[in-house]
Design a protein around this ligand. Structure first.
Ligand code: 6YU
Length: 512
């Protein structure tokens, strides 16, 4: 019997669908499938909680976001914004039409305080040209399209352009001012490593840098925590749909459904030995996990072109270090504190000796606002191997290093943090890093390959056995929550269309 004929023998809406991972992409896929009438949907989650990289924590009385922070581009096109609005989770100012219309790539430049390694507070006006030069060149980095670029990476491009432009634009300046501005550019390069979630901008491909698209709207936060979004979405799912604390070991695919024996084309094998039969599996594990475990997670293994894309795409670490103080040592209007190492005139975004100098990679701190809500809390940002090394240290060692750093840069020998809390995304065995980026040598085709279902096109066996969602599979919004949610909906839609015969009205299809 041909697989198409066999397909007709099962009731479409009874197809068993297993979703691996209860992050927002998995929750979104389940939500859409269930709203469209699928009755046999299960989510298998390795940890004891929902939300994955959306994780709201507490530091004393404060809410802090250990993972995702902002809704990037809160506008009508952003489904995370629309859901958050529907659930009543946002502040009134985030909802204004003016806020949604503002198209400036995220947020207006933050009000900075700059401190240097010799313990000086730098003059913002005098240093502003470094910020505008960097912003201009970063913008230019997104204009390249695949193929034949002189520079392979964003880092190489910036390293070639910055000194050239600096020599031209800052000709009349004192050598010391020029040097300080170049050191500032190193700080901005490290900031960009955090934004891209990479060890170094030398690893971020120039040709693919423009693939990431920003949406209009001023980035906003969830005043009562990002996990409110997850809680509300979970409430819409049937109780008991998620099996928690159940890591999936292997997805056995490539079989054929046989109506007679009840055998399904896919079997999901959990680490505890349970074997779950499925018609379709949606894999939403992070790319970091897939990079480490794809050889054992799928049997038979991924086809070569998918394996190569998993390897080529980038997945790096960006961590936060929250630091609370009794009283502020920064200006009242300050939104970001940048730390400038005066010896970094040569545009560096990596340290020479990670164990000794890891803290040099921390570009600075954002200030949690409003103060009435958070008190005096800073969020330090650190990316790359230095960040991964930081994760291995004790909280006491991190506290000691951060205290020393702040004392050195402020010139104040007695500043003492009240408490510290850091994220550890690289050591998280189910994430293995923070988020994806387009590495050198990869293109949009790699993202499409990652998202391609198994068996690959043209095969004879039953289609859509294993499907792939998650932030890294979204071709324009990778690395974001909205990209992840849209990818889950995309795979749900794929199944919905698969089971909707052409030219038949689809009364069941609901709009999410
Ligand atoms: C955003 C933001 N944000 C900061 C930090 C991080 C991320 N992001 P999940 O991992 O959630 O779910 C998978 C589940 O699978 C999980 O529960 C696992 O436990 C489970 N699992 C794994 N293995 C399993 C197994 N074997 N068996 C069973 N289960 C298993 N995004 O929109 N705004 O401010 C930030 C930030 C520190 C770590 C972020 C932000 C990224 C999002 O958090 C992330 O994309 C989604 O939550 C992922 O959801 P998911 O479902 O796919 O996976 C030009 C250019 C550059 C491009 N970059 C631009 C920068 C934009 C990104 N900015 C990020 C910044 C911050 C601060």
């Amino acid at each position: 019997m041909k697989s198409g004929a066999r397909m007709a023998s099962i009731h479409n809406l009874d197809s068993s669908i297993v979703i691996i991972g209860c992050g927002i992409s998995g929750i979104g896929a389940a939500q859409k499938l269930i709203k469209n009438g699928f009755r046999n949907v299960r989510i298998i989650e390795a940890t004891a909680r929902s939300g994955g990289r959306i994780r709201t924590g507490r530091m004393g009385n404060n809410i802090i976001e250990v993972g995702a922070n902002w809704i990037h581009g809160p506008c009508e096109e952003n489904p995370v914004f629309c859901l958050a609005r529907q659930y009543g989770l946002l502040d009134p100012e985030s909802l204004t039409p003016e806020n949604q219309a503002m198209d400036i790539g995220g947020h207006p430049p933050w009000v900075p305080n700059w401190f240097s390694s010799s313990g000086r507070k730098l003059d913002v006006e005098e240093m502003a040209p470094a910020v505008s030069l960097f912003a201009e060149l970063l913008e230019q980095s997104t204009d390249f399209t695949q193929g034949g670029e002189t520079w392979a990476s964003v880092g190489e491009f910036l390293r070639a352009q910055v000194p050239r432009q600096a020599a031209k634009q800052w000709r009349g300046e004192q050598a010391s001012t020029r040097a300080l501005r170049l050191s500032m550019v190193s700080t901005l390069l490290k900031t960009e490593c955090c934004v891209s979630g990479t060890h170094s901008m030398d690893l971020v491909g120039l040709g693919a840098f423009g693939l990431y698209k920003t949406l209009p709207g001023l980035d906003c936060t969830f005043p009562r925590g990002y996990d409110g979004l997850i809680d509300n979405m979970m409430k819409e799912l049937p109780g008991g749909i998620v099996s928690y604390g159940r890591p999936v070991h292997c997805v056995h695919w490539g079989g054929d459904r046989t109506g007679d024996t009840g055998q399904t084309p896919v079997v999901v094998e959990c680490r505890d030995g349970e074997r779950i039969p499925a018609d379709h599996v949606i894999v939403t594990v992070p790319l970091g996990y897939l990079k480490k475990h794809h050889a054992t997670l799928l049997s038979p293994p991924l086809p070569l072109h998918k394996q190569h894309s998993v390897q080529r795409l980038g997945f790096g670490t960006n961590n936060k270090i929250f630091v609370e103080f009794e009283s502020p040592w920064w200006d009242a209007d300050c939104e970001v504190i940048y730390l400038v190492w005066e010896d970094e005139v040569d545009l560096v975004d990596q340290v020479s000796d990670v164990e000794k100098f890891w803290m040099k990679k921390l570009f600075g701190f954002t200030v949690l606002k409003p103060t009435e809500r958070y008190g005096h809390v800073l969020c330090g940002w650190i990316a790359g191997h230095e960040s991964e090394y930081m994760e291995t240290l004790t909280e006491q060692e991190v506290t000691h290093a951060i205290t020393h750093l702040i004392r050195k840069f402020t010139g104040n020998p007695i500043i003492t943090p009240r408490r510290i809390l850091r994220s550890q995304w690289f050591l998280d065995p189910w994430t293995c890093g923070s988020y994806s980026y387009t590495a050198t040598g990869c293109s949009g085709q790699d993202i499409d390959n990652l998202a391609e279902p198994l068996p690959s096109r043209g095969g004879q066996s039953q289609p859509l056995q294993v499907m792939f969602a998650g932030e890294a599979t979204h071709s324009r919004f990778f690395s974001t929550v909205h990209g992840a949610l849209l990818s889950g909906w995309r795979e749900a839609d794929r199944l919905i269309s698969h089971y909707s015969p052409p030219n038949v009205p689809e009364p069941m299809r609901s709009k999410l």
